[in-house]
Unconditional design. Structure first.
Length: 277
């Protein structure tokens, strides 16, 4: 669903919400009080400025006696949206790429995350989210990783900062499992992986995620991401500059063997802290 039609669908959601609320003789403030949000939020839902959480849509159905209409519409819109607008096109290109080259400065790349690591990441960003929403987001992230199991999987080369290994996400057990998974991806020759150590000091793209995609019969692209925003570029000069920065990072990184040794040793350290074997 294109961005324009998706927005139109959310506007339909809002229009229906307003119509059915008014038919029930309930004000925005009254409806908000019954579904545990402010009246201002109800107004923003009706104007398609904000999108309600699933549990709010369910409570709206209960209050307006709409027989699950808003829950069903919410699920359809969220399912079709799948990814945030700024990442949706990149996610599509990911499935077509013959080569993916990723720089991860802070967290394990989404394609390599375990279920519990991904869950901890989503919870850290959305501490009040429902378990159902978290599970939906985690399953969506894990679905992306299926491209690495395909017979025609892309060449996947990952550079990650040592901070990715050292920053505890979830429990020690979660981190040990996550790093074991990284090591297995290397040993199974599913991914090439290098770690940029703290000792490397200043480097290109400090704090900035970067993804380079190569294709069989299309120009390469580069994707960079900030807070709730992302940029996908295919301008040759931009891609060339990003590739140069990636090559500099790779030159300063540990060798693939040394990187694997660090990943495995760090996993053992987490296991020792957790008291597991």
């Amino acid at each position: 669903m294109a961005n324009g039609s998706r927005q139109a669908a959310w506007e339909f959601f809002g229009t229906e919400l307003k119509r059915r609320r008014e038919d029930a003789g309930i004000t925005q403030v009254e409806l908000g009080a019954r579904v545990f949000v402010s009246g201002g939020y109800i107004g923003q839902f009706e104007q398609a400025i904000r999108k309600p959480q699933l549990d709010v849509a369910q409570r709206i159905d209960e209050t307006l006696k709409t027989d699950g209409f808003f829950e069903r519409l919410w699920r359809k819109l969220i399912k079709e949206q799948r990814f945030a607008d700024y990442f949706a096109h990149t996610a599509e290109l990911e499935r077509l790429a013959t080569g993916i080259y990723e720089w991860a400065p802070a967290v394990v790349p989404g394609l390599l995350q375990t279920r519990e690591y991904a869950r901890a990441i989503y919870l850290s960003h959305n501490p009040l989210a429902t378990d159902e929403w978290i599970d939906d987001m985690v399953n969506l992230r894990l679905d992306r990783a299926k491209i690495l199991k395909d017979a025609a999987r892309p060449v996947y080369w990952v550079l990650m900062h040592e901070a990715v290994l050292r920053t505890p996400v979830g429990s020690e057990d979660v981190m040990a499992e996550q790093l074991d998974h990284l090591a297995e991806m290397v040993r199974s020759r599913t991914a090439l992986m290098q770690v940029l150590p703290f000792a490397a000091g200043a480097h290109p793209h400090m704090g900035k995620l970067m993804l380079l995609h190569e294709f069989e019969d299309a120009p390469p692209t580069v994707y960079t991401e900030g807070v709730n925003s992302g940029s996908l570029l295919d301008d040759p000069a931009a891609v060339k500059g990003a590739r140069g920065a990636y090559d500099l990072l790779r030159a300063d990184a540990l060798s693939r063997k040394a990187s694997l040794d660090m990943i495995e040793a760090t996993a053992e350290g987490y296991r020792a802290c957790a008291g597991t074997t």
